[in-house]
Design a protein around this ligand. Structure first.
Ligand code: SF4
Length: 388
């Protein structure tokens, strides 16, 4: 099934962590925090017999609370934060002309692919950690300070649609003072198993809200779950920053869709034009990289997701077809759930998130500040060409 795409990068780490998470929840000295990626809400319901692409955000939060997590946070919040950091990086690189094209770095399947096969282009990757890693780092610093909790007693659990995220969370460079940003990654399927283990009647749960300060997100944070979403979220913010005023446009349909490689020429408010490309599936990623290497194409901004369709059909998501394949219908239904949630949000641009503003005021200073670099950015390593 989908694992053909997602597993080669995470196979060795495709270890279940359910027992460890139960142990953490039941130990009184541990403060156990959970966060959920944008794509989980579009698919978790399928494990409980709900129709494909039913949006279950509120029930998912209610279930996590009943499992015993001390805080239930949303990775969408740090998706908004990623846009602040990566959008600023993009503007700086466009101005300096250095390390272009800027390539997104939130998909660990793609990051590992480039580390293995195109290591001479590692400087093109955004230095932003992926959103759940940013959130993990902030929970053990900003949040721990606010709550007066010893970060060593915090256990961070991420619910991800992805098997490659298990590998990512174990990367040495994603830790500080011998503490990993994220301690355990559970897939959507593992979460469903935990909910079933304790017999929660998921379908009839009430709808509940995430906890703050990492519970509010804009529509831009939500669309990270689908191919083209990161590019669109970045455009919503970069456009307004460059224009220096509020703009009417929110939907950038030009980067949406299920076409494998989608190019777009976008005229920015400052008179510049950027050429962006969105690709999903590693075969398409390779094609894009080869076109860049040969000089056939020149881009300024590139979004790549390893899984066809993006995270909505990631390797850790429910597999509902008898032949274990994700088909286009599942992709489209789940993508629709994501776009519906985006549209239902009052705020749809990352820089409008009031909790993001507060986080910069209280802790980070400004995007790409020294503190941001300390907690939210990372680096990459050249790896052997063949899987080891
Ligand atoms: Fe994981 Fe999403 Fe990348 Fe797939 S597209 S490998 S689910 S981050």
């Amino acid at each position: 099934g989908q694992c053909i795409v997602a597993c080669p990068v995470g196979a060795l780490y495709e270890k279940e962590s359910i027992d460890e998470v139960w142990r953490a929840i039941s130990s009184p000295e541990k403060y156990v925090v959970v966060q959920t990626a944008p794509a989980i809400r579009s698919a978790l319901g399928e494990e409980f017999g709900m129709a494909k692409g039913t949006r279950v955000t509120g029930k998912m939060v209610a279930a996590l609370r009943r499992l015993g997590f001390d805080k239930v946070f949303d990775t969408d919040f740090t998706a908004d934060l990623t846009i602040m950091e990566e959008g600023t990086e993009l503007i700086n690189r466009l101005q300096s002309g250095e390390n272009l094209p800027l390539m997104t770095s939130c998909c660990p399947g793609w990051v590992k692919f480039i580390e293995h096969f195109y290591p001479d282009m590692l400087n093109n990757l955004s230095t932003c950690k992926s959103p759940h890693q940013m959130e993990g780092a902030l929970i053990k610093s900003y949040f721990a300070q606010k709550m007066s909790i010893d970060p060593r007693n915090i256990i961070n659990v991420s619910i991800m649609p992805c098997v490659a995220k298990k590998f990512e969370s174990a990367r040495e460079e994603l830790s500080m003072e011998a503490m990993q940003d994220v301690d355990y990654v559970l897939t959507t399927r593992e979460l469903a198993r935990m909910i079933k283990e304790v017999g929660i009647d998921f379908v009839n749960l009430p709808e509940e809200d995430f906890d703050n300060p990492f519970g509010e997100s804009t529509g831009a944070g939500v669309i990270f779950g689908v191919t083209g979403g990161v590019a669109e979220a970045a455009l919503r913010t970069v456009f307004e920053i460059l224009a220096g005023k509020e703009l009417e446009t929110v939907d950038y349909n030009i980067v949406r869709g299920m076409e494998g490689i989608r190019e777009a020429q976008i005229d920015l408010p400052n008179g510049l034009t950027i050429t962006s490309v969105v690709a999903h599936g590693l075969g398409n990623a390779r094609e894009v990289m080869e076109m860049i290497k040969s000089g056939e194409k020149e881009y300024q901004f590139i979004e790549i997701m390893a899984c066809p369709g993006g995270c909505v059909t990631g390797g850790g998501q429910p597999i509902i077809n008898a032949d274990y394949k994700m088909d286009n219908d599942i992709r489209l239904q789940r993508a629709k759930a994501i776009y519906d949630e985006d549209e239902a949000k009052v705020l749809r641009k990352s820089h409008k998130n009031p909790y993001i503003t507060r986080l910069y005021e209280e802790f980070l200073g400004e995007p790409n500040s020294e503190t941001s670099y300390k907690y939210l950015h990372t680096h990459y390593v050249k790896r052997e060409k063949f899987w080891k």
